[in-house]
Design a protein around this ligand. Structure first.
Ligand code: SF4
Length: 95
């Protein structure tokens, strides 16, 4: 599991206008919403160098974005973080 997965188990606070620093400004949005089964490599490559990657991912997690690449992660990868967060919340309640 990558570092960003581990780091994102705890929610982070979103800064106002975080999108202003997005690496994908001006990039074709279709790149981030590939057809089912199509490669996500190019989109993830753009996200890799993005300074607001964590903010973008947090936004997608908080808003339950079901489609596309956000913060460099696919919907399946985001689901994994949501599950981890749910587990962490349950373990706090059960502690
Ligand atoms: S992480 Fe990717 S999708 Fe999100 S703002 Fe940055 S470049 Fe755009």
């Amino acid at each position: 599991m990558s570092k960003i997965h581990d780091d994102m188990v705890q929610p982070i606070e979103l800064e106002e206008n975080w999108q202003d620093g997005a690496n994908c400004l001006g990039v074709d949005p279709d790149l981030f919403f590939p057809e089912r089964g199509a490669s996500t490599r190019e989109a993830k490559e753009v996200c890799r160098g993005c300074i607001v990657r964590e903010q973008c991912l947090e936004f997608a997690l908080q808003n339950g974005e079901k489609f596309g690449i956000w913060g460099g992660l696919s919907e399946r990868e985001r689901r994994r973080i949501r599950r981890q967060r749910a587990q962490a919340a349950r373990s706090i309640v059960g502690a």
